[in-house]
Design a protein around this ligand. Structure first.
Ligand code: ZN
Ligand code: FE
Length: 257
C-alpha cells in the first residue's frame, strides 16, 4: 500500500492511499491535484473519505465524484456534498481491502470523524482531518474543550506506531508553541530539530505517529505536571484540578500565541 501526501492550497495535504490500481483519497479540498496524481500513477479512484465539512476538505469532492464515479463517505452529522454515505461512530468502511473504523471526534467541528485502519504488514493508519495535528490540535470552532479533550484522548489511545495523517502542515508553528509550554521536554526539542530539517528540504513532517505525539504534543499532554504548571503560570485564574479547564486554557493560549 502506498501513501502519498498531495500538497494543496498553502498548507493542506490531501492524503492518497493506493494499491497500484485503486486509490482512496481523504478530504480533497481541491480536485485538480488529485486528478493529476491519479493520472500520473494510473489509478482508479475508488473512495473519497471526508472528515468534516470545511471547504478546504470538501471543495473538490463534487468534481472528483463526477470525474471518477468514486463513492463518497463522510460524517453523518455534517452537511457534505451529496451523494454521501453517512457514517457514525463505530461504523467501518471497506476500501482497498482495508477496514477503516470510524471514530467521532467532535471539537474542531461538531460532527468531525476520523478514520483508523490496521494495515497487514504495515503500521496502522489514522486520517484525523483537523482534529489532531503534529504538535497541536484543531481550533474549537463548533465544539467544547471537554469534547476536544475526549476526542484527542481517544486518538492518543490508538497503537503507538499508528501513522498520523493530519490535514495540514502546521508542525513547525505548533512546535514553537509546544516549546513555550514545555521548555524542558527533550523529546520535543529533538523532534523540532528533525522537523526543521525536513521543512528546510521541502519535505512534509507527516505522517507523525501516535507515540511521537504522546511525547511531544501539549494537547495530548495537558494532564502532565509540566504542562499544568505552565498553563497555570500563563493563566493564573485556571482551576488546575480541572482537566477540562486546563485544556481550555491551553487551547486559548495557543489561539493568542
Ligand atoms: Zn477544518
Ligand atoms: Fe482544514
Amino acid at each position: 500500500m502506498k501513501l502519498i501526501a498531495i500538497p494543496a492550497f498553502s498548507d493542506n495535504y490531501l492524503w492518497l492511499l493506493h494499491d497500484t490500481r485503486q486509490a482512496v483519497v481523504v478530504d480533497p479540498g481541491q480536485a485538480e491535484p488529485v486528478l493529476e496524481c491519479l493520472r500520473e500513477h494510473r489509478l482508479a479512484l475508488q473512495t473519497i473519505l471526508v472528515t468534516h465539512h470545511h471547504a478546504d476538505h470538501v471543495g473538490g469532492v463534487a468534481q472528483l465524484h463526477s470525474a471518477t464515479g468514486a463513492r463518497v463517505v463522510g460524517p453523518a452529522k455534517e452537511a457534505i456534498p451529496e451523494p454521501v454515505q453517512r457514517l457514525r461512530h463505530g461504523d467501518t468502511v471497506e476500501a482497498l481491502g482495508l477496514d477503516f473504523r470510524v471514530l467521532e471526534v467532535p471539537g474542531h467541528t461538531a460532527g468531525h470523524i476520523a478514520y483508523y485502519a490496521e494495515c497487514p504488514g504495515e503500521a496502522p493508519l489514522l486520517f484525523c482531518g483537523d482534529t489532531l495535528f503534529s504538535g497541536g490540535c484543531g481550533r474549537l470552532f463548533e465544539g467544547t474543550p471537554a469534547q476536544m479533550l475526549a476526542s484527542l484522548g481517544a486518538l492518543a489511545a490508538l497503537p503507538g506506531d499508528t501513522r498520523v495523517c493530519c490535514a495540514h502542515e502546521y508542525t513547525l508553528a505548533n512546535l514553537r508553541f509546544a516549546r513555550a509550554v514545555e521548555p524542558d521536554n527533550a523529546a520535543l526539542a529533538a523532534h523540532q530539530a528533525e522537523c526543521e530539517q525536513l521543512r528546510a528540504r521541502g519535505l512534509p513532517t507527516l505522517p507523525s505517529t501516535i507515540a511521537v505525539e504522546r511525547a511531544i504534543n501539549p494537547f495530548l499532554r495537558s494532564r502532565e505536571r509540566a504542562v499544568v504548571t505552565s498553563v497555570a503560570a500563563h493563566a493564573p485564574h485556571t482551576d488546575t484540578r480541572d482537566a477540562v479547564a486546563v485544556f481550555g486554557a491551553l487551547r486559548e493560549w495557543k489561539n493568542q500565541f
